[in-house]
Design a protein around this ligand. Structure first.
Ligand code: FES
Ligand SMILES: [Fe+2]
Length: 269
């Protein structure tokens, strides 16, 4: 919900930005996941497909990023700067729709696995009588964005905790239950039918461990929901130009059961 923060002053008195509202949220995620998410410009049109329709990165680094971001018919040039020491990032709209606005986010570490974000919205030239309504609109949009980001960060944390297997062979169970997703001894496999045979692969994307359990497959190519990288399931190659690759494994059938042979290692191996 939008809440006023008593005594919060605009970042620069000359900028004539007004403080329109605040959104706060507590999430079961680490500061590391949160910073990673703020710097990850690439997920915006995919994880937040209802808010953003496209992005073109102009520059990016550990300092943040600058990009042209599309919202349906409209485009804005946006810059995000991360100040890790202050646990703060500032998102400025440099040009286009909502130019001049600044969104300040502070992360408060409640415990190592729990974070509160406080997001303040500053906009130029909003008539006084409209500020509360516009601020509430921003708070609604940020609730939606953080619903999506929280799910992504929690999933990534879970995927990191899974680790991988050191076994050389994995029993996937009865062939009759496949294709499907099978979790075994700290590893999770998606088994699909490809060229008339079963193929298994780590169900975590080799890029940033996005969930491939339900990722769509067409003509032997799978597309990850987080950054839309496409991978060729026959070769494992990333078709989106990244150097990461999947490692599909052949599935052997014995006495009505399916086995991954040469299971050890994870994606990217
Ligand atoms: S996690 Fe980035 S494309 Fe899969
Ligand atoms: Fe996000």
């Amino acid at each position: 919900m939008a809440q006023a923060v008593a005594g919060f002053t605009a970042p620069d008195a000359r900028s004539r930005l007004d403080h329109l509202g605040t959104y706060t949220r507590t999430m079961p995620v680490t500061l590391e996941r949160m910073f990673e998410n703020a710097l990850d410009w690439e997920h915006l049109p995919y994880v937040h497909a209802t808010s953003f329709s496209g992005i073109e990165c102009l520059e990016a680094g550990s300092w943040g990023w600058r990009a042209r971001l599309d919202f349906g018919e409209q485009t804005s040039e946006i810059e995000l700067r991360l100040y890790p020491e202050e646990r703060r990032w500032i998102t400025r709209t440099l040009a286009g729709e909502r130019a001049g606005s600044e969104i300040w986010t502070h992360a408060l570490v409640l415990d190592p696995e729990q974070l509160r974000v406080v997001v303040d919205f500053f906009l130029p030239n909003v008539p006084a009588e409209h500020r509360a309504r516009v601020g509430q609109g921003y708070a609604r949009q940020y609730r939606q964005l953080y619903d999506e980001d929280e799910a992504m960060m929690v999933e990534r944390q879970r995927a990191l905790a899974l680790g991988g297997t050191t076994r050389s062979e994995i029993d996937l169970g009865p062939v009759a239950d496949l294709p499907g997703v099978v979790e075994r001894d700290g590893s999770r496999w998606r088994v699909v039918e490809l060229d008339g045979a079963l193929t298994a692969f780590d169900s975590r994307c080799p890029h940033l461990l996005g969930p491939l359990d339900d990722a769509p497959i067409a003509d032997g190519v799978i597309r990850c929901p987080w950054h839309a990288y496409a991978f060729d399931l026959r070769s494992g190659r990333c078709l989106s130009g990244a150097s990461c690759r999947m490692r599909p494994r052949p599935v052997a059938l014995r006495d009505g059961r399916a086995w991954i042979v040469e299971a050890g290692g994870s994606n990217g191996g």
